[in-house]
Design a protein around this ligand. Sequence first.
Ligand code: PMT
Length: 228
Amino acid sequence: MTSDGGPGPSAPHTVNILVTAGPTREPLDPVRFISNRSSGKMGYELAAAFAHAGHMVLLLSGPTALDVPDGIDFLPVETAAEMHAAVSHHIGSMDIAIFAAAVADYTPAAIAPQKLKKSADTLTLELVKTSDILGSARTVFGFTGTLVGFAAETENLEANARGKLTRKGCDLVVANDVSKPGIGFDSNHNEVLLVYPNHNEALPLASKHDLAHQLVQAILELHLSQRL
Ligand code: PMT
């Protein structure tokens, strides 16, 4: 407490946190879609760990098989466009935004109104770029809070993550090498490199549950340092 009875700089402070998680599904026709191997575990563990620490969490998630953690607000979405719209609508009231979702970079140019028929020996799909939601946070949505991206890389982990940190205006990028067996997509474990503007910090192999608690501590410290 300070002398005026208000909270001191290190007093507990409830913050509003948006977490994106899971894959998106980009429909081709009424029964088929393009997606990826994200299970949502990393994002759901983060959401649960922030809620456990007493914070207000909104989890925006693509389709997963996971139970929604207790004590959080939950908004399910399906496509990259739906996730973009949901983030755009909610990010303005957030103190921290964390993008753990594996959002499709491309979506079919057109959705067939009927189930596509098998006829020719080959089928060529035309895909168009989706909007970069994380990349829009600063420039389009005007977000001024603490911005945390993820980077799923199969090579040049630090350099590629640092490129995303700069291009997307992040305060921190959590980089994982998704070519390593046993971590990353659909695993219960992960191993990440925290890439900050002026330094890196490696968090060794751990369960996503334990890692999420370490990430909560790192992200809250970063947020508090920015408020001073
Ligand atoms: O879900 P799990 O099975 O637990 O796996 C966890 C994970 C591997 C999905 C997670 O740790 C992870 O790395 N999430 C980010 C996956 C990703 O798509 O990374 P990227 O390097 O392609 O994208 C960079 C960042 O931009 C990410 O924060 C992503 O959410 C964001 N992005 C990407 C494309 C897009 N159109 N909009 C975005 O916001």
